[in-house]
Design a protein around this ligand. Structure first.
Ligand code: SF4
Ligand code: MG
Length: 318
């Protein structure tokens, strides 16, 4: 993704222009084939809009997404269809993702039919293999089930099977476990990580939960107000956070009580900035304990490299 911007025009009563919601506001990154990364940030920081832009569901306002050497904006017709087969998507809410009146066999057959797998026996073979891969086993027991007959965790496994059935090279999972019971979250995350390794997939997690990323991502991108403010290999990011926002997030995980008592006064949690009227220059400056007037609120901090392979967009590194 290069200089990626996805803005949404906001209108009142359908015509009065209120402004642009800057959901993705200047994001640059490259993913290597076969790596597992996580985009982390509070809700409303633009993570899902970024995911949907990568999927080609939103057209970027500026900048571009390139995949395997081709610009997504130039893909049309068959090439666009092929791209959709190469990028799988697991969304947050399995209940909303699965059509209630189709059984599991039909749900998994759908993408195969759309992408031209005409042979019925071949479809059946791939459907069964997909169910086994997400450990809905034996497959026979699940083929005739409807979504409401399955638990939340089983539903999310079906969603994952559907996302994998066309053998994508990239899988984007947007908060894949946030709607599930705590007891099945780890299982689903481990399943995704296992499949990623087995298949050599590129896996992009979208999450608000920094506390579990060490277990399933190799590299982290921290997002704030539509931008990536810090990125690094997971251990380096968690053990040596460079950006004040990441430091505040990690402090809040390490000691929730202390965070409530002291940190939160400086860095109020759960108050993400407006993407309609984002703060000038460094988006984090109204909440930052290291705010430098006349600099942080005037000039955008560029990406610095305070450590090897570790980027942080903060003036403190200058
Ligand atoms: Fe804080 Fe300034 Fe760094 Fe922004 S640029 S995070 S306001 S110190
Ligand atoms: Mg979201």
């Amino acid at each position: 993704a290069r200089d990626l911007h996805t803005w949404f025009e906001l209108r009142q009563w359908g015509f009065l222009r209120v402004g642009a919601v800057r959901a993705v506001d200047g994001v640059d990154f490259a993913l290597a084939g076969g790596e597992a990364v996580a985009f982390v940030g509070e809700s409303g920081c633009g993570k899902s809009s970024l995911a949907r832009t990568l999927l080609g569901l939103h057209r970027p306002t500026r900048g571009e997404v390139r995949f395997a050497g081709r610009s997504l904006g130039e893909l049309q017709g068959r090439a666009l269809k092929a791209y959709r087969a190469e990028v799988g998507y697991v969304q947050q809410d399995p209940y909303g993702a699965l059509p209630p009146f189709l059984d599991v066999r039909r749900i998994l057959a759908e993408p195969l039919i759309v992408h031209g797998v005409r042979d019925r026996a071949e479809r059946e073979r791939r459907i069964r293999a997909a169910l086994e891969e997400v450990r809905l086993s034996p497959a026979e027991a699940f083929l005739g089930q409807f979504p409401h007959m399955l638990s939340g965790g089983q539903q999310q496994r079906v969603v994952i099977a559907r996302a994998l059935i066309l053998a994508p090279r990239l899988l984007i999972a947007d908060e894949p476990v946030s709607m599930l019971d705590a007891s099945v979250r780890v299982e689903i995350l481990e399943l995704l990580r296992h499949i990623q390794r087995e298949r050599g997939l590129t896996l992009a997690f979208i999450t608000h939960d920094l506390s579990t990323v060490r277990h399933y991502a190799e590299r982290i991108f921290v997002m704030y107000a539509g931008r990536v403010v810090e990125s690094a290999p997971v251990d380096d990011l968690l053990d040596h956070p460079q950006h004040p926002y990441t430091q505040a997030l990690i402090a809040a995980i390490a000691d929730p009580d202390a965070a409530n008592a002291t940190r939160l006064r400086e860095v109020p949690a759960g108050e993400p900035p407006s993407l309609l009227h984002p703060p000038a220059a460094c988006r984090f400056h109204p909440r930052c304990p290291h705010f430098m007037a006349g600099l942080c609120d005037v000039e955008d901090p560029p990406d610095f490299t305070p450590r090897r392979d570790h980027r942080s967009a903060c003036w403190l590194h200058r």
